[in-house]
Design a protein around this ligand. Structure first.
Ligand SMILES: CC(C)(COP(=O)(O)OP(=O)(O)OC[C@H]1O[C@@H](n2cnc3c(N)ncnc32)[C@H](O)[C@@H]1OP(=O)(O)O)[C@@H](O)C(=O)NCCC(=O)NCCS
Length: 408
């Protein structure tokens, strides 16, 4: 089978969307395709063709994503799919390879994605950089610690989400620049991915609702959520509040918004599916065992160009060492690089290596949330100079922990 991979044209957009929906088993109505079209960048969308038939797809969103030190351009890889008729014949490999070569030829130094399954992208040099922390807090176990902050200047307001984009944006933009992994949202992304509220967006839950914590100067926090109504056989209210997102710019507003969703009348629990692993609510709860928490992989990160990427972020501590990178998909990265963090420089060198690692390890550690020492414990990093592993692991670590918060 010969497959051609090339960018699509505008007229091929319906076929592109159809391949994506087919591969994801989606039942998206036309309105969803129209909304998605507003987000998709046609000139950054690749398709694989078997003759005239489109059999695979992928695209890139142009993101400004926070990394340690602040926002940088990042390629948000999305819409990856291959038709069942052509699976396991290397179509994804062709798409990923072409996409990474295109990025190397004048695109972003870093790519990031959400994976439908964790086993797919390591072979293409993506490392698991962030985790999705999820939990279900029962109302009876939701009391706060005595020291929970409050501010008498704050008021809680119930509002209509569709009318509050400016308030959400104020809070969100203040928060996103300090947490690695968070990315700026365009207006269409807010409208179509965060605030969309048609029947199919609700997936059997109630409408999108919100509460806003504010003072005389404006909004300081908000929560967006849906309620799945319910009751026991004895008619005891048993609804579940499903949190879509919750952000606040300060601890008192954060506590107020959380308290509001946890106390929601006629609900007996809050389910939060995608939260950062260092969510402060862990420390607000007097009895954190009631979190009933779990975690799965969230963002996967790929250093397209190791030198540009490592020079684009900040570091927690000084490091000056030589890293030998293994990279079969992007051979321009393979070999030895000297990273000098106080100059934020990463340059080719012939000096002997202090560490050897596959490129996906650098992707996993890039946002600061994956200690290299743990990866070395799994046998993935090899240390040649004693102390080099801890030096790089400490330098690359970052606070707060990485998290994107919104699937793309
Ligand atoms: C995942 C998907 C894109 C793979 O496409 P494909 O063309 O079959 O992949 P390839 O043939 O290029 O596979 C390359 C390698 O990845 C492996 N692989 C592919 N899909 C995998 C998966 N879901 N889990 C683990 N490994 C996988 C293949 O076995 C192959 O391994 P090998 O090199 O050791 O032989 C395709 O199955 C699909 O569209 N799935 C449904 C939609 C989806 O999940 N998309 C990903 C969104 S993030």
């Amino acid at each position: 089978m010969t497959v051609e991979v090339r960018p699509i044209t505008e007229s091929e957009w319906p076929a592109f969307a159809a391949v994506d929906y087919e591969t994801f088993n989606s039942s998206n109505p036309p309105v969803a395709a129209d909304r998605w079209r507003e987000l998709v960048e046609i000139d950054r969308s690749l398709a694989a063709f078997d003759g005239d038939v489109m059999v695979g797809c992928t695209s890139v969103y142009t993101f400004s994503m926070t990394v340690p030190g602040g926002p940088i351009p990042v390629a948000g890889v999305t819409a990856v799919g291959v038709l069942a008729s052509h699976r396991r014949r290397g179509v994804l490999t062709s798409l990923m390879t072409r996409q990474l070569h295109d990025l190397h030829d004048g695109g972003e130094a870093v790519a990031a994605l959400y994976a439908s399954e964790a086993g797919i992208y390591g072979r293409f040099g993506y490392g698991r950089a962030a985790d999705n922390f999820f939990f279900r807090i029962p109302k009876h176990g939701s009391a706060f610690v005595r020291t929970a902050p409050s501010d008498p200047a704050l008021r809680l307001r119930v509002a209509k989400p569709a009318e509050e984009l400016a308030a959400f944006r104020t809070v969100f933009d203040a928060v996103r620049v300090s947490r690695p992994g968070m990315y700026a949202r365009s207006d269409p992304r807010w409208r179509h991915e965060v605030l969309a509220d048609d029947d199919h967006d609700r997936r059997g839950l109630g409408p999108l609702r919100c509460v806003i914590a504010e003072d005389d100067d404006g909004p300081r926090g908000y929560a967006l959520f849906r309620v799945k109504p319910g009751a026991t056989d004895h008619d005891v209210p048993d609804g579940e509040l499903r949190l879509s997102e919750l952000f606040a710019v300060d601890p008192a507003a954060y506590a107020m918004v959380w308290r509001s969703v946890l106390d929601r009348d006629l609900c007996s629990r809050v389910f939060a599916w995608n939260r950062p692993v260092d969510d402060p609510v862990i420390h607000l709860l007097a009895e954190p065992r009631h979190l009933n928490a779990g975690w799965v992989d969230e963002l996967w990160v790929r250093l397209v160009d190791v030198d540009r990427a490592l020079a684009s972020r900040s570091y927690t501590a000084p490091a000056d060492l030589v890293i030998e990178v293994e990279d079969q998909v992007c051979p321009w990265n393979a070999g030895r690089w000297r990273l000098t963090t106080d100059k934020a420089s990463c340059e080719r060198t012939d000096d002997p290596a202090d560490l050897t690692l596959p490129v996906e390890v650098l992707g996993a550690a890039y946002l600061g949330g994956r200690p290299l020492t743990a990866l070395a414990g799994a046998g993935i990093v090899r240390e040649h100079r004693e102390g080099a592993l801890r030096e790089l692991s400490t330098a690359m670590s970052w606070d707060p922990r990485p998290w994107a918060g919104l699937v793309f």
